[in-house]
Design a protein around this ligand. Sequence first.
Ligand SMILES: C[S@@+](CC[C@H](N)C(=O)[O-])C[C@H]1O[C@@H](n2cnc3c(N)ncnc32)[C@H](O)[C@@H]1O
Length: 231
Amino acid sequence: MASFVWMRLLESTAERYDRGIELLSRGRIGSVHRRLAELATADAVGARVLDLGCGTGGVALACAARGARVVGIDANAAMLEVARAKPTPDAAAAPVAWLELDAMELEDRFPPASFDAVASCLAFSDMAEDTQAYVLEVARTRLVAGGRLLIADEVVPEPAPRRVLHALRRWPLALLTYLLTQTTTRPVRALPARIREAGFVEVVEERLWGDAFCIVRARAPGGEGRAGAAP
Ligand SMILES: C[S@@+](CC[C@H](N)C(=O)[O-])C[C@H]1O[C@@H](n2cnc3c(N)ncnc32)[C@H](O)[C@@H]1O
């Protein structure tokens, strides 16, 4: 959705982020967080989940509510402060470990095979393409064999008329946010192909919201034939 270009403004006022992203997504962001959590926790009770670019904690807390042991990392201290102030979803849930960490430091911070799932919502569109490539590569090595990668983000619509409409709507907004924040976000390009290039298998893309948003799921190689595992 073209309106996600305003995300950078929201991130600069973390205490307003939740209300803002709710408006930008027309009330649908919670359902994406819950969907990622459902997929991230589908294989194992007590799955170890990394929420990459966790922001105010939507995905991380949804995973914790499903019994996962969650680490949420984000480079923005103010966003993490909002996340930390939120209660653990229920008394039985393990508290989320919130870490101020840039995704570029993942490799140093976590040993190989640290996680059963890595999830990320609306963080890849914040990153340069070389950062995305590095993060995908490291995520693969930090997952167990057959572990799940789940990415939800803004993408360019595929049908040409929608692509043109999206660009026409987005560019003025992008210019305005750039003038206000000196940064911008970009719809993520060719995500399934780049996930495959990073060595993941079973890559499946789900397009939502007028084709301009996607959830991509994939697995780290080596877990073929996991008992009862849905793709
Ligand atoms: C639009 S917010 C999304 C927050 C949350 N995942 C959600 O779904 O609402 C993007 C978040 O990604 C974080 N982020 C972007 N690039 C990052 C990086 N290289 N390392 C760590 N966090 C990053 C930002 O600080 C921001 O909190």
